[in-house]
Each structure stands twice: as C-alpha cells, then as structure tokens.
Design a protein around this ligand. Structure first.
Ligand code: SGN
Ligand code: CA
Length: 547
C-alpha cells in the first residue's frame, strides 16, 4: 500500500515537472517569436534615402537598416495612394478586393486586418501616428492616431479614451509615444507588434523649426527630367495636375507669405493662403512662431526680390528648391527619430530579435517629370522604399531586387511569427528572401491598379503589369490608351514604345500575362465598371446636394 502511494506520488511529480517545463517551453517559444517594429512614413520617396541614393540627403539612421539588414530595390505598391495602400497592407488584398479604392471610400471593418491575428496569437500590439484610414484600428491593445491627415504642429490625436492635443512637432511626438509604449506600457513577457507611422513628409511639407532654418539655406541638384515636356507619352502624363510649375502653390506649398504674393499682384490659387490662415500655421504658439517667422520673412524677401525678373524655367527651379528644402527637412526629422528608436532597441537588448521594417505608403515625385505627388504606375510613385533588419535571420548588408509589394507584408510578418495566414490573402510571404532560404520568389510580374479619378491631381485611372524588364499600362475611363516602357533602356520612362514595331512581340506577351494576372487576382472589366459607377453615384449625390 505504502509503495503504491509512493509510486503515485512520484508519477504525479514527474507529470507536474513535465507540465511545468512544457509551459516554460511554450513561454520560451512565445518570447523567441520575433518582435515586429513596422515603421512607415507618408510619401517618403526612395530618392530621399541615402541607402538608395545620397544625391539629396543623408539618412544615416534609416541607412543602418540596410547596412545591418536588407535593402529592397524593387519594392512597390499595388495602388499608389495613402489609404488604399494602408488597406492593402492591413488586409493583404488588392484594392479591388478590399474595396478601399481611394482615400474617400469607406473601409469595410468586417475584414480581417493582420494586427488582429497577431493580437489573437498573444502578441502585444500598438499603433501610433498616421493611419488615415477613416476608421480606428482593430487588433491593437493601444493606439493614438492622427485624425485624417493630421497636423504637423501641436497635433490632435484620437485615442481609445477620446481626443487629446499634444504640443510640439508631430514626428517627435509620434516617436515619444512609441518609445513610451515600448518602455512603459507593454507586457515585456510577450512579443510585440508596433506600428509606428509617421505623417511626415506629407504635403504641405512642414519641417520642425530647427530643420526649417537649416534646410532653407541648402540647395539641391535638379532631377534630369525636371523640364519634361511629356512628348512621347500619352494624355495621362500631360493632363496630370501635379506640376511644380502650375499646381504647386506659392503660399501653401512653398511657404511664401500671402502678403508677399499679393504684393507682387500674383493671382495665387485661392486655396493657397489656407496654410497661413487655416488649420496649420495659426495653430502654432508664440514660442514656435518666433522660430518660424524669421525664416518665413527671409523666404518672402527673396521671393519679392527675385521672382519678378525670373523666366518660367527659373521660377520652376526656385519652387523646386523651396520644395526640396521643406520636404527634406521633414525627412531629416524622421531619420533622427528612427535613430532614437533604434538606439532604444540596442539599449534594451531588443535589436537581435526584432524585425525592423522601414517603408512608405508609396513613393513620390521629387521634381522628376516636373512633378510632385504620386498615383502613377511610373517608378517614382510605384516603387516604395523598403529596408528590413532582423539580425537573427537576415544577413547584414544584403540587397534584393525581388518585386515584393506592400501586398506581401501581412503574409510575410505572419509567417515570421508562425501565425497562420488566412488563405484568401493575395500576397506571398517573402520570408524566404529575408532568411536566404530562396534566391527569388516564383513571381514574374506584379499587378497595379489606380482609381482616384476624377479627383485630386487628375491622374487618370489605369491598371498594368510590371516585370523586371517592362511595364505595360492601360489608361481608361475618359481615354483608352496603352503605354509600354522598356525599364532597362529607358529607366526614366520618357518614351512610350507601345506602338514601336520592335516591341510587337513584347506587347503580345505582356497583354497575355496581364490578362492572366487580372484573372489570378480576380480583377475584371465588371469591377472596373463597378468602381466607375460608384464615382458616378457620388457625383450625382454632390449635384443633388448643391441644388
Ligand atoms: C491631399 C493633398 C494632395 C494629396 C492627397 C492625398 N492636398 O489632398 O496633394 O495627393 O492629400 O495624399 S492638400 O492640399 O490637402 O495638401 S495621401 O497621402 O493622403 O494619399
Ligand atoms: Ca501617402
């Protein structure tokens, strides 16, 4: 009897020990799961990251991610505009499937977004900064997001417990919030997913007072195509309303005080003065004003002295310089702040097992083709910066020219965290590229579709296919034009060779491949029409409301 009891006791002990160690192993596995720090800025052109090219600015902190990780030279988006890009990132689905075709269309919140899957799998999750999505995020334990586009100075935030306004410069503040959560708010026993989302360098490109001062003294090289005349292209490029010459506003964009503009009796667009009279400049306090005003005065002075005698070309160059000074001033703050966060990871032993991603919601024109803004399938807006560091898995200093897309992020992160991805996501995990398991994905081409037309900047609707060598696009709705670019021979995309007989075979092949991609991703002429009808309906409603 005695013996039997001892035996059961011993067995019980063994079972208990096994159970405890199983729990510990589970906890260990949970702890070993990588953290994800997803850093995204808004409208950050890869041309303005020195890991890609240092002709405009040095971004030493963002560059660290390339030096210590992987730089993607061919990363792109599926629809080059803010909210649609974010919807694609969150759902892992193309615009025509997740329904967020433009910045206006509401997002159906019944859809699964990847942070929800991380949260359900035991991750600590948070989001700070610009979501610009129309809805509050789902699947995050904590968030503070800017309403809509948000403000650069003294921004208001939406939080789970109501609104709050914080004094200071938005890029610094979003970083403070992020660091505060990492340091004080999260459960350090669990892996984390942090979405750290900058507003900068979005229009109207408003740098911090210090950067405004220093960058207004700098000058920058002009891109070769600054004076593009859009010959050899279709109507879409000619009719886009995003030129530095005609659509970049003197007060709103390049910060010439409205008094200086009217002193020269120039008819600036009526919307232009709103920067100084609307919700941006007037929200700053006296202390901030004392820092900004002297720089604004000297810009106004320079403008009044030089503008009247400038040729049109010189005016374009002058505006380009002002644009770059402000845009790059914003980038410089983003870079400094990325540095603060990377330092935090280093100092807290988090660097090794944290996947740090730096990207933008799309690319941007920095004077190429005479433009600012984005939207087109052409490279500067179609491509987006992407740098990823994960010391445990990625070989430092590697470069990949794989055609990865924002469509792939969700599945990549989920696979890295060993969480099952829903089967209806449309991307492909590029984890094998990151950890070197594969040299390339089984992907010959990517698909693109832009919708927001008629709309801001008048970039016509188009869809297309991009391979390593070519780009074929169809502009439709109020045109029916095809464009083909030879990416190797014409990297600046200055010559549409669609009708050039030398490319006849390429055209035939690409048409077939494009049709196949449309089928693969379930896009169709019916859906094109559905999304046109939505615009027609919106227009009818607007007209009715006017009556
Ligand atoms: C605003 C900007 C546009 C910009 C869109 C979309 N105009 O409308 O220049 O293209 O946002 O940007 S502004 O006069 O309000 O600055 S997005 O990044 O949100 O898609
Ligand atoms: Ca954007």
């Amino acid at each position: 009897m005695q013996t039997k009891t001892n035996w059961s006791l011993a067995l019980g002990m063994v079972l208990l020990i096994q159970l405890l160690s199983a729990c510990a192993a589970k906890e260990d596995a949970q702890l070993q799961k990588p953290n994800i720090l997803f850093i995204m800025s808004d409208d950050h052109a890869y041309q303005a990251i020195s890991a890609y090219s240092d002709h405009l600015i040095n971004t030493p902190h963002i560059d660290r991610l390339a030096k210590e990780g992987m730089l993607f030279t061919n990363a792109s988006v599926t629809n080059s505009i803010c909210a649609p890009s974010r919807a694609t990132i969150l759902t892992g689905k193309h615009t025509h499937i997740n329904g967020k075709i433009d910045n206006i269309m509401p997002f159906d919140t019944n859809q699964v977004t990847f942070p929800q899957l991380f949260q359900a799998a035991g991750y600590q999750t948070a989001m700070y900064g610009k979501l610009h999505f129309g809805n509050n995020p789902k699947g995050v334990d904590d968030f503070m997001i800017l309403p809509g586009q948000g403000n650069y100075i003294n921004p208001r935030f939406i939080t789970p417990n109501g609104d709050t306004t914080i004094t200071g410069y938005t890029t610094d503040i979003i970083t403070d919030l992020t660091l505060n959560w990492l340091d004080k708010k999260r459960d350090k026993e669990k892996p984390f997913l942090m979405m750290y989302l900058h507003k900068a360098p979005h229009r109207a490109w408003w740098p911090s007072p210090e950067k405004f001062k220093t960058f207004s003294q700098k000058s920058f090289p002009e891109p070769e195509s600054l004076f593009d005349d859009y010959e050899n292209r279709g109507r879409a490029a000619k009719e886009a309303a995003m030129t530095i010459s005609n659509h970049m506003l003197l007060s709103y964009d390049v910060k010439v005080l409205p008094e200086a503009v009217s002193a020269l009796e120039i008819d600036d667009d009526p919307r232009s003065a709103r920067f100084f009279r609307g919700n941006e400049y007037p929200r700053i306090n006296d202390e901030q004003k004392a820092l900004y005003q002297p720089v604004l005065d000297s810009i106004a002075e320079d403008f009044k002295t030089r503008w009247p005698s400038m040729t049109d070309r010189e005016k374009r160059s002058w505006k380009y310089q002002r644009y770059m000074q402000d845009y790059l001033g914003c980038i410089s703050s983003v870079d400094d702040n990325v540095g603060r966060v990377l330092d935090y990871l280093d100092e807290n032993g988090l660097a090794e097992n944290t996947i740090v991603v730096y990207t933008s919601d799309q690319g941007f024109y920095l004077g190429e083709h005479g433009w600012f803004d984005k939207r087109f399938i052409y490279d500067e807006s179609f491509k987006t910066p992407l740098l990823i560091r994960w010391p445990n898995e990625i070989t430092a200093g590697t470069t990949s020219d794989e055609m990865v897309q924002n469509l792939d992020f969700a599945q990549t992160f989920l696979e890295a965290a060993q969480i099952d991805a829903p089967t209806d996501m449309q991307g492909e995990s590029f984890l094998p590229i990151l950890n070197g398991a594969k040299e390339s994905l089984d992907r010959e081409a990517v698909y693109y579709h832009y919708y927001e037309y008629p709309g801001a900047h008048s970039v016509k609707r188009h869809y297309g296919i991009v391979t390593q060598d070519y780009k074929l696009a169809h502009f439709y709705y109020d045109v029916d034009e095809w464009e083909l670019y030879d990416r190797n021979k014409d990297p600046q995309e200055m010559r549409n060779v669609y009708s050039d007989p030398t490319y006849a075979e390429v055209v035939t092949t690409l048409h077939k491949e494009l049709d196949a991609l449309r089928v693969k991703y379930q896009d169709s002429p019916d859906l094109d029409q559905k999304y046109i009808d939505i615009y027609e309906e919106r227009r009818r409603k607007r007209e009715q409301n006017r009556k």
